[in-house]
Design a protein around this ligand. Sequence first.
Ligand code: GLU
Length: 516
Amino acid sequence: MVRVRFAPSPTGPLHIGGVRTALYNYLFARQNGGKMILRIEDTDQTRFVPGAEQYIIEALDWLGIEFDEGVHIGGPYGPYRQSDRKPMYRQYADQLIRDGWAYYAFDKPEALDAKRKEYEAQKKTFQYDCTTRGAMENSISLGKEEAQRRIDAGEPYVVRFMFPDNIDITVHDLIRGDVTMNSRLLDDKVLFKSDGMPTYHLANIVDDHTMEITHVIRGEEWLPSAPLHVMLYKAFGWQAPQFAHLPLLLKPEGNGKLSKRDGDRLGFPVFPLEWHDPKSGEVSSGYREQGYLPQAVVNMLALMGWNPGKREGDNGANPVFQEIMSMDELIKLFNIEHVSKNGARFNLEKAKWFNHEYFQQLSDEQVAAYLEKQLGEHGVTAAHDYVVKVAGMMKERITFPGELWDTCSYFFVAPTEYDPAAIKKRWKPGMTTHMAKVIEILHTAPFEYDALHQAILEDYIKGNGLNMGSVMNSLRLAVVGKTVGPDMLTLVMMLGKEETVRRVQRAIDTIGEVSE
Ligand code: GLU
């Protein structure tokens, strides 16, 4: 039975890279008929941010990344928040000490600082390891009895892992293959802190084991910790889960990790939902609030670091890979072993492209619901069927729902201003006469598309040798206020005879006759 977990620390809003980690875990769980677990890793109380846990849950829910067990829904392996599991970790630290895999260390923060400075002065980096631990204050250098005496006297201490000297530790990674590191490169990490809490490393291993996690799928930034984790499993005599370390999400330029500042600089969110920082009050933009559809964000993120492999293009075209994939298709096609080792660049244009594609998949009714909300905000009411019709006609021009009002407002309210550049270009001398003629035709010809086409474009404009672009764009200017919009006569049919006549008359009155 496959069991995976997403294990964020509630230190702030969830970065979009973290969302991708959750997504890959979810795809993997679902395709293997396994379980997906949400565990909150809050052992570092100093970095706790109120609201972050709720934010994480809301963001993943918005994206359709579902859990089978977790802090918000419970389950048979709970509790799922590490601070609620606090009493269970101590025994594991004790076990490691008993078995000779860990030791007590009493070094005061100032003493450690002094050591670091001493090394820096010699252009070296201090590492607490088998070469230095003898010169520090711990149960190895002081001896068991002295260590016990200090503990009994209430002296604060931490528990450190004791790496054996000079052994090669191999992490088998599903994406990277074997990654080997020598223990000399690793420091004796703190496992248990003086505040009685485990560190991330100990809690993570104990929880993954006791929650029977089979696959650890997480960001590349944890790869350097993986040898310690492998050693911890060994020290406990537990079977380690399989590991997969996902590539970083990179800046659009490709150098370095995508940061919040890149998002601000380039105008795209790096968080799924808008985040209001409880301390500074600073607001960071979110995909949801910017009008991204959750399906689009999921699809885009799935392809940042993985693709389903190429297939022959249509009609023998170059091989292509399918880009638009629903969650169900992703679950079918995803393959953890095909995840790239290299970082994936963020591409804003591609993100917009995905949103546009998914927007087109919405029904006219769904688009109309967005539009009706915006009409309400502008104090406009309109018949529902009419709004649905406009939505259907205009949605292909839309990438973000927020663009609907600007793109469609003239279907609901007459223009009060006319684009000066378009007037200059299209509203030639004699145009008031031509527009008056259009009004006359609207009154006399049958109000039907073909009949109006014949009467205005064929009989009047072509029949009199007038400039088609000039007259039709002036009509558009009169009806829309600028020279944009759908097919002119379709628009006239939508607005109806009375409204069109009113608008054309108003343009005649407002713009008036011009001289050459
Ligand atoms: N709490 C860690 C984080 O926030 C989890 C790392 C892991 O998945 O092991 O990234």
